[in-house]
Design a protein around this ligand. Structure first.
Ligand code: SF4
Length: 71
């Protein structure tokens, strides 16, 4: 699920200590750096939400995985 990455979302993610990326998911296999379901990373692995794109730009959207389970 994609949502616009607004300043409000970034601020609230920090304030409420949001955990939504693969690194905090029960299904993430850290020693293999992959999802146990083998879902491709289409942005849900990015953390923090506003981490720059490879070209240095700020992302315009935040991706949330429907399978996420807090570790
Ligand atoms: S289930 Fe989703 S959030 Fe969890 S590790 Fe896999 S891709 Fe990431």
């Amino acid at each position: 699920m994609r949502f616009p990455l607004t300043d409000q979302l970034i601020e609230e993610a920090a304030r409420y200590e949001l955990r939504s990326a693969c690194r905090d998911c029960f299904f993430y296999v850290p020693d293999q750096a992959r999802c146990a379901h083998e879902w491709p990373d289409v942005g849900q692995g990015r953390w923090p939400l506003d981490a720059p794109e490879p070209d240095g730009s700020r992302p315009g959207e935040a991706e949330f995985c429907k399978e996420f389970e807090l570790r």
